[in-house]
Write a protein of this length. Structure first.
Length: 375
């Protein structure tokens, strides 16, 4: 196994890493605009943008890993076969099964990496990204409250609406609207205002100056006309509020895609009845992990197919298509399975199929796998 690994491991990793880097760039470019808008709208920095983008990377890496490994193994082993290097290693006494075993080991290592990515790292990254976006939002709202904002900025606290209505380029005024029935006033316009606080308890106060307030006049008995407003003037009005009533509250409970898969697996194998929704989640992680070693072995079958005149040009596309079909079948089968023994039996059967079927094909290929085909 070692002679074959020394021959194909490095080019396999180089090709796979190059493909992974390309896929990461493409998918991050797609996510860049949305995350940039989030950072700009909340007053974040370029470091916040880099951090949010970095938390997108594990999910993209896990998505692209099987295809990258398939292409990497196919390219490395195919080149060594065409150059006759595999024949030289075999002539030196290394059995062909050593090549299959070496590629299988690489695939299993990739499968463990995929399981860690999809089951632990990606959920943690999703949760960390949601917390970071919430932190940026809270910081943005706090900054807007603590200093005069642009025209149209609106806050709601304790049922009271605060709307900054100042013209651009001038000192902003503030409109305050309270609930119907509030006394002695419902609407107020302040030509001068500031925010005092918050104090250690999180309480703050809007101090309104140059206030013109309007309150409802009581209707006369039987009066059908619209309610009239009573206009009044005041020098200064203080309106208190708590910052916790203005700032959004973070839901600290992890969502389905933010929970690590190990506790879910334990609950499902114990036969817990309320894990129906989690079955699909575990199925996705398990199927993705199985896909990586299967991809490595399918790549060897594609190399052997490259020696067959009829399917030489289509061997790699067929391998990629079979990889996608295997992924779909695994997800459907595991997602439809229940918990307990049904799920574990289905998982074992799929694992045997993922590894066993390609191994049977490679056993049939035999030494034809390493012999250069006729071009």
């Amino acid at each position: 196994m070692r002679p074959y690994l020394r021959l194909v491991l490095r080019p396999t990793l180089v090709t796979a890493l190059a493909i992974l880097a390309l896929v990461e760039i493409v998918f991050l470019a797609e996510q860049f605009t949305g995350l940039l808008n989030t950072v700009v709208s909340t007053g974040g920095t370029w470091l916040d943008l880099v951090l949010l983008l970095s938390w997108e990377m594990p999910g993209i890496l896990d998505l692209a890993l099987p295809a990258a490994l398939l292409v990497g193994v196919n390219a490395a082993v195919g080149r060594a076969r065409r150059d006759g290097e595999l024949v030289v290693v075999a002539a030196a006494g290394a059995p062909v099964r050593g090549l299959v075993a070496g590629v299988a080991v690489v695939g299993l290592v990739g499968g463990v990496l995929s399981f860690l990515m999809a089951g632990i790292i990606t959920p943690a990254s999703s949760y960390a990204q949601r917390v970071a976006v919430h932190s940026l939002t809270v910081q943005s709202i706090g900054n807007q409250i603590s200093s005069p904002g642009e025209s149209g900025t609106t806050f709601v606290a304790n049922g009271v609406d605060f709307v900054a209505t100042g013209a651009e380029g001038g000192p902003p005024s503030l409109m305050v609207r309270r609930e119907a029935g509030s006394t002695p006033w419902r609407y107020a316009f302040a030509g001068d205002w500031e925010v005092l606080g918050p104090d250690p308890e999180g309480d703050a106060t809007f101090r309104l100056g140059q206030v013109t307030a309007f309150g409802d006049l009581p209707r006369l008995r039987g009066e059908e006309a619209e309610a009239r407003l009573n206009r009044m003037a005041a020098g200064t009005v203080n309106v208190g509020f708590a910052m916790v009533d203005v700032l959004p509250v973070l839901d600290q409970d992890r969502r389905s895609d933010e929970r690590t898969v190990l506790p879910l697996l334990g609950a499902m194998f114990r036969g817990v009845e309320d894990t129906t929704g989690d079955t699909r989640r575990v199925a996705q992680v398990w199927a993705r992990a199985l896909l990586v070693p299967a991809a490595a072995l399918i790549a060897l079958l594609a190399v052997w197919g490259g020696t067959q005149r009829r399917i030489r040009a289509a061997s790699l596309p067929l391998a990629l298509v079979s990889l996608v079909l295997f992924d779909l079948v695994c997800r459907a089968a595991l997602g439809a399975a229940g918990s307990g023994l049904t799920l574990s039996g289905m998982a074992a059967a799929i694992a045997l199929g993922a590894i066993g079927v390609p191994l049977i094909g490679l056993a049939f290929a035999g030494e034809a796998l390493i012999r250069p085909g006729r071009e």
